[in-house]
Design a protein around this ligand. Sequence first.
Ligand SMILES: Cc1cc2nc3c(=O)[nH]c(=O)nc-3n(C[C@H](O)[C@H](O)[C@H](O)COP(=O)(O)OP(=O)(O)OC[C@H]3O[C@@H](n4cnc5c(N)ncnc54)[C@H](O)[C@@H]3O)c2cc1C
Ligand SMILES: NC(=O)c1ccc[n+]([C@@H]2O[C@H](COP(=O)([O-])OP(=O)(O)OC[C@H]3O[C@@H](n4cnc5c(N)ncnc54)[C@H](O)[C@@H]3O)[C@@H](O)[C@H]2O)c1
Length: 448
Amino acid sequence: MPDTYDLVVIGAGTAARVAAMRVRKAGKSVAVIDCRPYGGTCALRGCDPKKMLRHGAAVIDDARRMRSNGVVGKDCIDWRELMAFKRTFTDPVPGKHERSYHEAGVDTYHGPARFTGANSLVVEGKTLVGGHFLVASGAEPVPLGLPGEEHVIDNEAFLAIESLPRRIVIVGGGYIAAEFSTIAANAGAQVTILQRGPRMLTGFDPDLVGWLMPRLRDAGIDVQLDTEVEAIDKTGDGFSVRASTGGVSKSFAADLIVHAAGRRPALEALDLDAAGIAHERGRLTLNEHLQSVSNPAVYAAGDAAQMGPPLTPVSSHDGKVVAGNMLEGNHLRPDYRGIPSVAFTLPPIASVGLSEAEARERGLRFRVKSNLVPNWYSARQAAEPVYGFKVMVDEGDDRVLGAHLVGPHVDEVINLFALAIRHGLTADDLKSTMFAYPSGASDIGYML
Ligand SMILES: Cc1cc2nc3c(=O)[nH]c(=O)nc-3n(C[C@H](O)[C@H](O)[C@H](O)COP(=O)(O)OP(=O)(O)OC[C@H]3O[C@@H](n4cnc5c(N)ncnc54)[C@H](O)[C@@H]3O)c2cc1C
Ligand SMILES: NC(=O)c1ccc[n+]([C@@H]2O[C@H](COP(=O)([O-])OP(=O)(O)OC[C@H]3O[C@@H](n4cnc5c(N)ncnc54)[C@H](O)[C@@H]3O)[C@@H](O)[C@H]2O)c1
């Protein structure tokens, strides 16, 4: 006999949890399935563990900048202890999540889910029939398609390594490369980033990325741009990563090679065709309500849907949208305006709203204020050599179109610009707000 539910959710990450709990609260029967420990990427293999390790790196970076400014002593990280600190957060997550599902009356299943029909899937050898299905299966690293790819570890493995190797090569130059290199280099590893494009962090403003790069290099990170990885060979004492820059071959010795070359929706194992769920080039084909265009019982959310940027707040937002649509019929659409994004480098770099290039492409009339300001108090009090901004304001209605920041506190300050963009505040609204002084926010008036 199949078990029947109003909603069957594939995945137990952020998007899944928000949707499952809302639908259950409305009195519906819900099952959640995950093939990994409960909690998802953010809590177990992404944002949260990464930021705990990064805090150790930040202490080292702080101490180095304050050297000759009153801070003395040896700065170093005990990697094993730092990892143990991380586990104080991550270890309890699966148990806590699963308990809270049970307390709410949600059934939990463990194992890979695979569709067997338009309204059924199989997990743990059991068939589950659903009124609705939510694909919240997240994302996975893109296959590199290189000889020796099996020697490359992913984010999950990196965030769990028990001892820090001496030489680390990172394939790719986006968020994960920038953040993991910051952690590893400050913890004492020699890190090389191999990025195939002409710059790192392509989702961020190019001028600000340019200002940040010397800080990565000062931390000891060797950034090789326009460098495409081609093959990985096992050597006597580790690996050799073969790459090419403008047709010239190079090789890099490594003890550990980390994947940071992008992620794609995790859909392959689901057998979407068995349920008649349309997909194209590795992405689900969804309507504006995050519902499959070909199987109306199926919705998707978060990294699996990739309608918005693959970030945790987006997964949570999507979860609310799909829960509302499944409960009351399609009436909600995701609203992706003003989503802030931060790469947690040292210092962090942040962005929200339109880029300068997008604003120009749209033919908008706007003013841009941009400057590198290490002489401002916020930077000086932290002996931070990199502090800069670029803010665009519409010439017509004075609304903030986009804000791009690099330097101390910008991972927090960007949220005030996000508030302004999402709620249509003007530059004047922001300028006339009194922010606590001295704080990162107290610089906002001077950026507009
Ligand atoms: C290293 C790293 C750092 C990040 N840092 C940040 C950050 O600082 N800020 C931020 O906003 N975002 C960050 N992100 C992105 C963020 O983690 C994701 O956008 C978010 O966690 C996605 O949530 P989700 O619910 O869509 O999917 P997930 O949390 O990935 O959940 C999907 C779940 O589905 C399960 N699953 C997949 N296939 C199946 C199957 N066939 N059967 C059963 N279960 C299945 C998986 O095991 C997984 O647990 C980071 C990502 C990474 C990789
Ligand atoms: N702080 C955050 O919010 C955060 C942190 C980590 C990850 N994430 C999410 O996870 C996603 C994946 O992160 P990511 O860093 O893996 O991807 P990314 O898309 O940010 O960057 C991947 C980079 O790798 C390069 N690349 C691809 N193949 C290559 C090869 N063979 N050789 C050299 N370079 C190659 C690409 O040109 C690209 O610039 C991000 O899009 C982001 O949404 C977010």
